[in-house]
Design a protein around this ligand. Structure first.
Ligand SMILES: *[C@@H]1O[C@H](CO)[C@@H](O)[C@H](O)[C@H]1NC(C)=O
Ligand SMILES: *[C@@H]1O[C@H](CO)[C@@H](O)[C@H](O)[C@H]1NC(C)=O
Length: 415
């Protein structure tokens, strides 16, 4: 019954990312229990306070300004609790990049023994959590305000061009060491696109890609497909290419009719949108729904829908040839050619057999693009029972996936 009221806007989560229903109001109650002084942390206190320090870890809130003026929040967990540090050796940095419609908090929904950032910290890594422009803690700009249309004039091309490089430069300058990267969902797409253009690779040690999306032609949820088809002209008229806030009325009005399509089951959205997640604890899902989804730009959603419809990984298509020529000097937007990713870059890829967004056939297409990658630099894991959200919130993700990520990173330490 609860879902009934939630279903309309949930469609939006349509593609990419993680689940998706969420309450209309976020409770002001903290979600991770009490602070030492007995007060509940508020979500506005920041990710360190609500989700890291409460578990007894050190955590710093930091800021990075992108070249186009966005002020992004970044959390650093420099060490584990108690033991966990790897002797006297310098710690290796790991940067975690979330997907679309969520923020960095999404990595911290379970207990400390189950959450990837804290597991990495306890195993001797210096952990950094990125938060994409437009999400709760990354809504500032040197001159624009989120109420300005201009604040939302970006798609994932700008995450490739500005967000990732700003965060990489900062982490690299602070640690003096090459970075191990973990991306989930859109966090894999923007990384692959960057690497294909030769960006970041000089500051990168290795990359672990969970639930990779690069091709989306086989995305097999009826809801996702219908939503992607709808993400064309009309939505940009309604929303004016501004903020895509799942909780807002215009978005609600756009999404509601989609649930009326035959074959779309809006009553089981999590499954409908991300696949049959095997391993989510209901209390974890409740926490998730209190924090997500987060805003993104409408232009970003349109760009993602273009990948679903066109089956190629290309820059934003302005559709009008004269606009494309103005931006790119060509009638069609340039593609990101994944075959150009350096063949000796250590890559770990894990994909799930039940994932509705990162469909097995699309991942196979991605792996085909990487077929000339050095065999000993490519490590691929297939998890038959896993779907999209299991990768970040599964109660058994440590055993199934994170231990393999740790082994992969540890194997790079002396190379
Ligand atoms: C992508 O790059 C590869 C290797 O550099 C090249 O052989 C291929 O033709 C390129 N594909 C496209 C569509 O440009
Ligand atoms: C599910 O969550 C509850 C409440 O937080 C917890 O007690 C239980 O151990 C969790 N189950 C698993 C398998 O993690």
């Amino acid at each position: 019954m609860v879902l009934l009221g939630l279903m309309q806007f949930s469609v939006l989560s349509l593609c990419f990312l993680v689940l998706t229903t969420f309450p209309y109001q976020v409770s002001s109650r903290g979600i991770f229990g009490r602070k030492p002084n007995g007060a509940y942390p508020s979500l506005d206190d920041g990710i360190c306070a609500t989700s890291v320090i409460v578990h007894g870890y050190k955590c710093q809130e930091l800021q990075v300004t992108t070249q186009d003026g966005y002020i992004l929040s970044l959390q650093r967990i420099p060490e584990g609790r108690g033991k966990g540090s790897n002797g006297g050796t310098r710690k290796q940095p790991v940067l975690l990049q979330h997907g679309v419609l969520v923020d960095g908090m999404t990595w911290l929904m379970n207990s400390p023994e189950q959450d990837l950032p804290l597991i990495l910290a306890d195993n001797g890594f210096d952990v950094w959590i990125a938060n994409t422009r437009g999400t709760r803690h990354s809504r500032r700009h040197v001159s624009l305000d989120p109420s300005n249309l201009a604040f939302w004039k970006w798609s994932w091309d700008e995450l490739v061009t500005y967000d990732l490089p700003a965060v990489f430069d900062y982490v690299y300058s602070q640690t003096g060491q090459k970075i191990n990267y973990v991306g989930h969902s859109l966090g894999t797409l923007i990384a692959l696109a960057s690497f294909s253009e030769g960006k970041l690779v000089n500051q990168l040690k290795s990359a672990a890609l969970l639930s990779p999306i690069a091709y989306l032609s086989h995305m097999n949820t009826a809801l996702g497909v219908i939503a992607a088809k709808s993400f064309i002209g009309e939505i940009t008229t309604i929303l004016g290419l501004a903020e895509f806030n799942p909780k807002s009325l215009p978005v609600d009005g756009f999404l509601k009719p989609l649930c009326a399509n035959p074959g779309v089951d809006c009553f089981d959205l999590l499954t409908e949108l991300t696949g049959k997640n095997c391993c989510l604890n209901s209390s974890t899902v409740d926490r998730f729904l209190m924090n997500e989804p987060q805003s993104t730009s409408t232009k970003n959603m349109v760009h993602l829908a273009q990948i679903v419809r066109h089956g190629v990984l290309a820059k934003f298509n302005y559709v009008r040839p004269d606009y494309n020529i103005m931006h790119y000097g060509e009638i069609f937007p340039p593609i990101y050619n994944l075959s150009n990713i350096p063949h000796d870059l250590p890559l770990f890829i894990s994909y799930g057999g039940q994932d509705a967004l990162s469909d097995v056939r699309d991942v196979e297409n991605l792996l085909d693009k990487l077929k000339f990658h050095d065999v000993d630099k490519r490590s691929i894991q297939f998890v038959k029972d896993y779907a999209h959200a299991d990768y970040i919130m599964g109660f058994n993700a440590k055993d199934i996936v994170y231990n393999s990520v740790l082994s992969f990173f540890n194997a790079q330490i002396n190379t």
